[in-house]
Design a protein. Structure first.
Length: 301
């Protein structure tokens, strides 16, 4: 595939990602989505699988199930409300699909998370990390709380609306490349001088296989612009956020997110139906101790 075509295809797939996320309760058939992408169904099927490593049906089913799993962890919605929200026809088909993916029925999945961690819900992941002994579990939680107290300055903030340029990628191993593409586009235009650098997480590592987590490498812009190839345009809506300021090493990012969600639940806050993100204030590679100064931001109701 030539470079120009690859950029155009990625731009169209970006539109597909956005459409799917906004219409998980609707018709996401190959016919409908290929029209969104402006491809024939046959051509779209090949392009989508080449970029995502999944068929459209597999991708849509996974997104619906993972979003349902997050609702079961974070919210008190009934099973019926959840399966209808995410496009399943009935409770039995939803339960079958969910159990095939996680090995538990939706009801048992919710009970299992509640039993293990009360209302914390952040340390049980798809890879099945276990805490079989109460004492061991309580020790893990206690140590994490102490670590957060020592390493994070946490505030509830009203953040403003932010216009963003972004490059999407699948899997954290592709994030550096996505930022390289974005910065190479923005630098000649003089857009990096006052820009904030942000990563948006469209999936959660708690319920999504690491290699399939979709992220957007972003920079803030003062004005909107027309998308150019794989450079997309998006925004973060203004609203209330839990903002944790961390000065940490890259290998501590996962621990920081886990601890911040723990703090959220311990303090009675509820996550809003928007994506969490990170705001970076330095390049850790330039720091003598390889420390990243970062805000971790969780949208809340």
């Amino acid at each position: 595939m030539e470079q120009r075509s690859a950029k155009e295809y990625k731009a169209r797939i970006n539109n597909v990602f956005e459409y799917i996320d906004e219409h998980l309760d609707g018709d996401l058939s190959l016919i409908v989505i290929s029209e969104i992408a402006c491809f024939s169904p046959f051509h779209f099927h090949r392009i989508f699988k080449m970029i995502t490593r999944e068929t459209l049906n597999d991708f849509v089913t996974r997104r619906r199930i993972e979003k349902s799993a997050l609702e079961l962890i974070h919210k008190d919605h009934g099973i019926t409300e959840i399966f209808m929200r995410y496009g399943f026809n009935d409770k039995s088909s939803f339960s079958r699909a969910f159990k095939k993916y996680y090995g538990l029925s939706p009801t048992d999945f919710r009970k299992d998370n509640a039993r293990r961690i009360g209302r914390i819900g952040q340390l049980v992941s798809k890879n099945g990390q276990q805490y079989p002994y109460r004492e061991q579990y309580l020790s893990v939680i206690d140590n994490l709380k102490k670590w957060i107290e020592m390493n994070a300055a946490i505030k509830i903030k009203e953040l403003p609306h932010m216009e963003l340029a972004y490059v999407s990628c699948i899997g954290p191993h592709n994030l550096t490349k996505a930022y390289g593409t974005l910065i190479n586009w923005a630098t000649p235009k003089g857009l990096m001088q006052e820009a904030q650098v942000i990563t948006i997480y469209h999936d959660s590592f708690k319920v999504t296989e690491t290699s399939k987590v979709r992220m957007s490498a972003c920079i803030t812009l003062k004005e909107t612009f027309q998308p150019e190839g794989e450079i997309g345009r998006t925004s973060i809506k203004d609203g209330k956020f839990i903002v944790g300021r961390f000065e940490i090493r890259p290998e501590e990012f996962e621990k920081s997110w886990t601890g911040l969600f723990l703090w959220m639940n311990e303090n009675g806050y509820k996550k809003a139906d928007r994506e969490p993100f990170e705001i970076y204030y330095n390049n850790f590679n330039d720091h003598p101790e390889k420390i990243a100064i970062t805000d971790f931001c969780i949208p809340i109701i």
